[in-house]
Design a protein around this ligand. Structure first.
Ligand SMILES: [Zn+2]
Length: 334
């Protein structure tokens, strides 16, 4: 029988893993960071770079008898700013080491320019998929206005996929699970069957497989949904009892949740295929047909979702890209 979510949190706390809920300015609400009371004393994810987040982090650490200065290791689960924004300040105070996926080290170190390039890449992708210029540029400004909540991170302990991180009381295995972002990494305590999964798996919302620039800096884009489905299938096979997420409550039955998400994506893929079969459409037209005005206000997110499914159909040979060279339309191959 599986645990209730609050029992799962209690059990994690007994294992020395404490959930700290840090405020963010984003629609997703608070981000879950985890204090690992072990040697070294460790914080997994930091919250965004804001005074409010820093104050709350301090007071929540104090409730466990610690301060930022005591931290010896910061582990970063992925490149998004609600998870890494405070890392520079924490390192200044504590001198903590920073562990993260080695493949992501350059991206994390070059935060300012890398974000600028990410935004340019997003604008180009939006224009190529039929999103109007004014919408694409408005979103670029929104993204720039959030830049201050991030910060660069110097990774001092680059991790490889599968690498074991030893602590006094436990070992965590770092596992690369790209999809939500190219750098998503989960941390597996095999003995306790606890998986710290951050945004790879969230109970109350389906993690967005956001299209991004690959970590190796190449000009191509990621097939984010294709990667995400593969990552979820790997996680499905793990005998986890508790999955600790980056937002919301812990997951106590990850197999059922993953099956639900896989089925949902399959239905959406078929719906998108049917829309393309009706007539060739751009990514933007597909997003509008599915979500109406949300395709404008959340243009990049909805476009990422549509392109993700189009990638699945492209890989299966059921649709192909056509269009006038500037804007891509999808059409069926039959
Ligand atoms: Zn994220």
């Amino acid at each position: 029988m599986s645990l209730a979510p609050d029992e799962a949190l209690e059990q994690a706390a007994l294992a020395g893993i404490h959930c700290l809920r840090i405020p963010t300015p984003f629609a997703v609400g608070r981000v879950n960071c985890y204090l690992l009371e072990d040697e070294p004393l460790t914080l997994i994810d930091t919250g965004p770079n804001s005074g409010k987040a820093l104050d709350e982090l301090q007071s929540q650490l104090a409730a466990h008898g610690h301060s930022i200065d005591d931290l010896e290791l910061v582990i970063l689960t992925h490149q998004h700013i609600d998870h890494v924004g405070l890392v520079e300040i924490i390192v200044e105070h504590s001198g903590a080491e920073v562990a993260a996926l080695g493949l992501a080290a350059e991206r994390l170190a070059g935060f300012g320019e890398e974000s600028e390039r990410e935004d340019e890449f997003a604008v180009e992708l939006m224009l190529r998929n039929g999103i109007p210029e004014e919408v694409a540029h408005a979103l670029q400004s929104v993204s720039r206005s959030f830049r201050g909540w991030g910060a660069k991170a110097q990774v001092t302990r680059p991790l490889e996929d599968g690498q074991a991180l030893p602590f006094r009381d436990r070992t965590l295995q770092a596992l690369h699970r790209p999809g939500h972002s190219p750098s998503d990494t989960v941390f597996w305590d095999e003995r306790r069957r606890i998986l710290i999964a951050a945004d790879h798996l969230i109970a109350h919302i389906s993690s967005n497989p956001l299209i991004a620039r690959p970590l190796d800096g190449s000009a191509r884009r990621t097939q984010a949904l294709v990667a995400y489905l593969e990552s979820m299938r790997k996680t499905r096979e793990m005998p986890a009892e508790i999955v600790l997420s980056g937002h919301g409550e812990p997951i106590v039955d990850h197999v059922a949740l993953i099956d639900e998400r896989l089925a949902k994506h399959e239905r959406r893929r078929e719906k998108i295929y049917d829309l393309i079969a009706e007539r060739p459409r751009t990514g933007y037209e597909l997003a509008q047909a599915l979500w109406g005005n949300v395709a404008v206000t959340q243009a990049f997110l909805t476009l990422s979702e549509v392109i993700g499914h189009a990638d699945l159909l492209l890989n299966e040979g059921r649709v192909r890209e056509a269009g006038d060279g500037d804007v891509v339309t999808y059409e069926t191959t039959e």
